[in-house]
Design a protein around this ligand. Structure first.
Ligand code: MLT
Length: 260
């Protein structure tokens, strides 16, 4: 794990291997650690770039952020790594929202997209309001509020209690400032549905069959809207497909990258 000062913030990032850059963008309120189960399965697929987004893991938190900031942090990180080749951008859930923003703002840096357990639509007024209320609560009472509310929804019903407990603890340790900033940023994110038809890079959509946060139906709609996209539904997985079914997730991504 190295630290990079980019776009006015200190970001932690793991970098492994050589070849085509593959940028892994984690979900909320997680960290680059959520990709660990698949990294050994991807080690010969390219240069694996696994940051902690601002406010998560070992990266610095800022009191406020927009989705554009997370995307610009990643562009600045690629530049700091001396990376000039376009990257395969793999984003899960909030990481997918950031991948859309990254594609919109830094199109030349995207070779391909993997949209995992995510959605294109923005928040409804009701969900945006709930996020803003959660942000206030997290700042007062800590990130456990969010981890307790999310943990059961993250995994398929059959997931091991030990795995859920491990992730409940990891999420509860997330910085309240970083969590609140991301909640506010997500509440006002762009609805990318009108822009899906404009995605021209190869795109793979991956979703757990039992994902209850971003259900399969939303992935099917993205698949229909993004020209030439591929859709892979992973059995026996909820919202955390790389953690729940690392072999199947890595196989889908490897096949996709292999065909580029
Ligand atoms: C995530 O996994 O990143 C979150 O569930 C995204 C969200 O809350 O919309």
């Amino acid at each position: 794990m190295h630290t990079y000062h980019v776009n006015g913030v200190r970001l932690a990032c793991e970098v492994q291997g050589d070849g085509r850059p593959i940028l892994y963008v984690h979900g909320f309120p997680l960290s680059g650690r959520m990709w660990h189960p698949i990294l050994p399965l991807m080690s010969d697929a390219g240069k694996l770039i696994v940051p902690d987004l601002r406010g998560f893991g070992a990266s610095e938190a800022t009191a406020d952020a927009e989705m554009a900031d997370y995307a610009d942090d990643l562009a600045a990180l690629l530049a700091a790594l001396g990376e000039k080749r376009p990257a395969v951008v793999v984003g899960l859930s909030m990481g997918g929202y950031i991948a859309f923003e990254f594609h919109r703002r830094h199109r030349g840096s995207v070779a391909a997209l993997v949209l995992a357990d995510t959605r294109a639509e923005g928040d409804t007024a009701e969900s945006a309001k709930a996020r803003l209320e959660s942000a206030e609560k997290v700042l007062k009472e800590g990130s456990r509020i969010v981890s307790d509310a999310m943990v059961e929804k993250l995994f398929a019903p059959a997931a091991a209690a030990r795995t859920k407990e491990e992730w409940r603890t990891i999420m509860a340790e997330a910085s309240p400032i970083g969590v609140a900033a991301a909640l506010r940023a997500m509440s006002r994110r762009t609805d990318f549905r009108p822009l899906l038809a404009d995605i021209r890079v190869p795109t793979q959509i991956v979703v757990g069959a039992a994902d209850s946060i971003t259900p399969v139906v939303g992935s099917r709609r993205m698949h229909e809207a993004i020209p030439g996209s591929r859709l892979e539904i992973i059995p026996d997985a909820g919202h955390m497909t790389p953690v729940e079914q690392p072999q199947a997730f890595a196989r889908a991504v490897r096949e996709f990258i292999g065909a580029l």
